[in-house]
Design a protein around this ligand. Structure first.
Ligand SMILES: [Zn+2]
Length: 280
């Protein structure tokens, strides 16, 4: 067996030994997020390389359940930024998608707020911004017993003072991304995998990954992306370098009550101006 193959085998055996049983998904104790922090998409300082998967625009009854099974199969916890109008109402799909919220939480994932109508918050009046955030937060809390503390503005656009102010006033933690799979502009799983591979070359230390669980090809791409990660990690380990740790967004912030960060202001001067931010 070659050195890289040996390293890959070793890494896989370590990962599988540490992984929880697939038959009984474990909901681990989660840290409470400190409102007002800011996740800019880069890895937390203690991780040299990381990936954290985030899925926006759902939940979608036709695609999200399959993704949940794939996440379980790969022992990955993720964050779902959900849109309020999908879970507000008494139509069968509304009820089913509220059930999905509960299932997402039951399987140990995080929920974040992605507004009610998926709109650019900065274009709205203050009362409309309040509706977009609060109505979505209310439904998630009523359905799951837990109010989202993470916020991702549609298209990553959170630059207008009144929308930033609304997020800060609610102690929400805005979350951006580093790796964009561009899954909204392709139509095959292989294309998403290819975009991910290219993004990983561009961002060699990884960070938060943006995907959409409303697209069937994104869901089908997830195991292909994990193949890319496994291969890359095997190469890194063989070279004696730190592999990508798979994290979730609660590992990007400091637990509530930490003195060093208590009262830390939301960084209003660093809105996400990264390339492509205006497209989703
Ligand atoms: Zn979105």
């Amino acid at each position: 067996m070659s050195v890289p193959r040996l390293a890959a085998a070793l890494l896989l055996s370590l990962l599988s030994a540490a992984a929880p049983s697939q038959a009984t998904p474990v909901v681990r104790a989660r840290r409470s997020l400190l409102g007002g922090q800011h996740i800019d998409g880069r890895c937390p300082p203690r991780f040299r390389r990381c990936l954290a998967f985030t899925f926006d625009d759902g939940p979608e009854i036709r695609t999200t359940p399959r993704l949940l099974d794939m996440l379980d199969a790969h022992h990955v916890r993720a964050t779902f930024f959900v849109v309020g109008h999908r879970i507000d109402g008494e139509q069968p799909h509304h009820r089913a998608q509220r059930g999905l919220l509960r299932e997402i939480v039951r399987r140990g994932h995080l929920l974040g707020n992605h507004t009610y109508h998926h709109v650019v918050l900065g274009n709205l009046r203050p009362s409309q911004i309040a509706f977009e955030i609060d109505r979505t937060g209310d439904i998630v809390e009523r359905t799951t017993g837990r109010r989202p503390e993470l916020m991702r503005a549609p298209f990553g656009l959170l630059t207008a003072p009144r929308s930033l102010g609304a997020v800060a006033a609610r102690n929400l933690t805005p979350a951006y991304w580093m790796i964009d799979t561009h899954d909204w502009e392709v139509t095959s799983a292989e294309a998403v995998q290819d975009r991910f591979r290219r993004e990983l070359l561009e961002h060699p230390y990884g960070g938060v990954v943006l995907m959409h669980d409303t697209r069937p090809w994104s869901v089908r791409a997830f195991p292909l992306i994990m193949q890319v990660v496994a291969r890359r990690n095997a190469e890194l380990v063989a070279r004696g370098e730190a592999p990508f740790a798979i994290l979730n967004l609660d590992q990007f912030v400091t637990p509530r009550g930490t003195e060093a960060l208590r009262g830390a202001p939301l960084n209003l001067r660093r809105p996400n101006a990264r390339r492509g931010a205006a497209r989703r």
